[in-house]
Design a protein around this ligand. Structure first.
Ligand code: ZN
Ligand code: ZN
Ligand code: ZN
Length: 366
């Protein structure tokens, strides 16, 4: 199916969901729901871009005139209503809604100033988060989306593999981080989202910002990086050590590799999300480091780097075919070092489909 057909089918399913929830119209602005349904990503601007998708009737993309050339028309999916600099886009949206109120699902990341202005312009409108409509659709990836995620994963696999023969010692974290970004772009990413480089004690902070610390001999280095390729996100973590690793480093890493592998194998269709987290956590706890695994095991991934489903205690929802998520247990020893190992996995009827294939052993670098 081509993009236009896929968009039409998504819109059809969104409308069915609106029917189920009693939602009269869907309003989408910045955020990933808009490209999911239109193929167009709104610029996060002070000028309003908004798709007005009524449950019955034509969808209209209200877009600033100067942004309109960036919209790829999708006849039969939505019409374009370009607004000029002196027009009031909120009035246009209100006009399309019909000013009669009703139940409106508005994009979760819509700027509050626009949500409030629409609320003012359409008294009696009740607003609900659009994730209630679009979330259940987006969480199940179709075959083309899985292939887009796979291509993004292969690109960061290539970067991770190249880094195994690159020097780390004597360089700052920021310098290595920049190299990760450059290589992601070289490998076809349109944008890098993040490139965490946590060396030595800095690695014990899971989201450490790569900084001016100079990587030294014996340092354990966490490299967690990802970006967007053809609209879909990548996210991978691999571990590096400068020179011969200390025995404790080898032991902790062996425990982590085992925990991650067990969690990947446990990520089968029908398994509750929290059970996958439990498998990783039990393995690390049995090894004596349960207290040092301080975050959930994984997050969903797709158009956004972090989205449903979350692999965390309390999420009893079962994995379904087409769910895509990270499996990234970690062990963090404050003041010393941290370790994490991350792959993207898709739940499939014939078992977990691990998208990343870069070597998972501790890379010994210079
Ligand atoms: Zn994270
Ligand atoms: Zn990551
Ligand atoms: Zn991640």
């Amino acid at each position: 199916m081509d993009l236009s057909g896929r968009l039409a089918s998504r819109q059809h399913r969104a409308r069915a969901r609106m029917e189920e929830l009693g939602v009269d119209a869907l309003l989408l602005s910045v955020g990933a729901d808009l490209p999911y349904l239109t193929g167009y990503e709104a610029m996060p601007l002070e000028r309003l871009t908004m798709l007005v998708l009524p449950r019955v009737g034509d969808a209209v993309l209200v877009v600033p005139e100067l942004e309109a050339p960036r919209v790829t028309p999708q006849p039969g999916v939505f019409e374009v209503r370009a607004w000029g600099e002196t027009e009031d886009p909120v009035a246009i949206v209100a006009g399309l809604l019909g000013r009669h109120g009703g139940e409106v699902a508005i994009g979760d990341q819509t700027w509050a100033r626009f949500a409030l202005a629409i609320q003012d312009a359409c008294p009696g409108t009740r607003m609900t988060p659009a994730s209630r409509v679009v979330g259940p659709l987006r969480v199940v990836k179709d075959a083309a989306e899985v292939e887009a995620l796979r291509a993004a994963a292969h690109a960061v696999d290539a970067v991770a593999t190249e880094m195994r023969s690159r020097p780390f010692g004597g360089r700052t974290e920021a310098d290595v981080s920049r190299e990760l970004v450059d290589r992601m772009l070289e490998h076809g990413h349109q944008r890098a989202n993040f490139a965490i480089v946590g060396s030595g004690p800095n690695g014990a902070s899971p989201h450490h910002d790569a900084g001016s610390r100079v990587i030294g001999d014996g340092d354990v280095v966490v490299c967690d990086f990802g970006g967007i390729r053809a609209g879909y996100c990548s996210d991978i973590t691999r571990m590096f050590v400068v020179g011969e690793p200390a025995p404790e480093v080898r032991d902790v890493y062996a425990l982590l590799v085992d925990a991650q592998e067990r969690a990947v194998q446990a990520a089968t269709v029908g398994t509750p999300c929290e059970a996958v987290d439990g498998v990783a956590r039990d393995a690390i706890t049995a090894g004596g480091y349960g207290e040092r695994f301080i975050h959930r095991t994984g997050h969903g991934i797709g158009l956004e780097a972090h989205e449903d489903p979350y692999l965390v205690a309390g999420n009893g929802a079962p994995l379904e075919p087409g769910h895509a998520f990270s499996i990234e247990p970690g062990i963090y020893l404050p003041g010393r070092f941290g370790m994490r190992l991350e792959d993207i996995v898709v739940a499939a009827t014939d078992g977990p489909d691990r998208l990343n294939a870069a070597p998972r052993d501790l890379a010994i670098v210079g």
